[in-house]
Structure formats: C-alpha cells, structure tokens
Design a protein around this ligand. Structure first.
Ligand code: FES
Length: 155
C-alpha cells in the first residue's frame, strides 16, 4: 500500500483505493466501525474549533478545546438533545482574533472566542441553535442542492 509520503507513480489510483481489494475493504471496514463508534450518522450539530497557532496561541487553543470538549460532553447528556460533534482543526484560514470556529448546519463562523465568547457560543448556539451575533464573522450554510451555477464554478 502506498502512503501519502510516497511519490505517486504516473497513472496511480487515488489513495482511497488499495492495490489489494481485500486489504482496502478491511481498512474501510475498520474506518466504518470507528465512524459508527463515534456516532457518525446521528449528529445534528458540528463545531470545528481552530486551536491555532496563528489566530491564537497553542495554549489558548488547547484551553478552548478542553472547555469545548467538556461542554459538549455535558450538552450531549441532555435527554432528547440533538447530538453535537466537535472537531479541532489546525487552521480555518482566518488567522486572526481567535480562537475561531464554525458551527454547522448553519455554517456560522466565529472569531474572538476568548473564554467568555466560547462559553456564549456553547450556551447559545450549540445548546439552542441561536447564533451569538456579536461574535459572528460570516455565514456559509452548505446547501444540499448542486452549486454548479454558483459564481466561479466555471459554468
Ligand atoms: S490558525 Fe486559526 S484560523 Fe488560521
């Protein structure tokens, strides 16, 4: 199996294909099992939190991540609450006034998530689906329909 660090020979298949179909199927089966284990397929909300290093220091990012993990764990224990997934990322390409984050399905982008700001996003957006307007820096909901007619799509 080729790794991401190996140079791709001309005409090589995409990395998701294995030269050995059984090995490839086994790898995907393990990944699917991990997805099930992590509740993929049941989430109603997903927050991506940038933990720096350019929008905030790694220490600030790590502290925000710890707070977010703890908060999501509590929120996900609420009876009947829509499950929330959280993911830390290395950069959302805003790179200023962080930590930054984006919450789906609405696609609400945030910056300035100091401890108080992040708590507001947790209490208001993650818990109740209401954006924290003073911290919103953009909106980008992702529609399910085709974007072939979107500006810049080449059509
Ligand atoms: S480092 Fe956080 S947005 Fe780029």
């Amino acid at each position: 199996m080729r790794s991401w660090n190996d140079p791709a020979p001309a005409g090589a298949p995409p990395m998701t294909d294995s030269a050995d179909p059984v090995e490839g199927a086994d790898r995907l089966a393990a990944a699917r099992a991990a997805a099930v284990e992590h509740g993929v397929g049941h989430y109603a909300r997903h927050i991506f939190l940038c933990i720096g290093p350019d929008c905030c220091t790694p220490e600030e990012g790590q502290a925000a991540w710890s707070a977010l993990k703890s908060a999501c764990s509590k929120l996900n224990k609420r009876p009947g609450a829509p499950p929330i997934y959280r993911t830390k990322v290395g950069c959302l390409r805003i790179c200023t006034d962080g930590p930054t984050a984006v919450v789906y399905p609405e696609g609400t982008w945030y910056a300035g998530l100091d401890p108080e700001g992040l708590q507001q996003v947790i209490d208001q957006d993650l818990a109740d689906g209401v954006a924290v307007e003073p911290l919103v820096i953009g909106r980008n909901p992702l529609p399910r329909e085709s974007r072939a007619d979107a500006p810049g799509s080449g059509t």
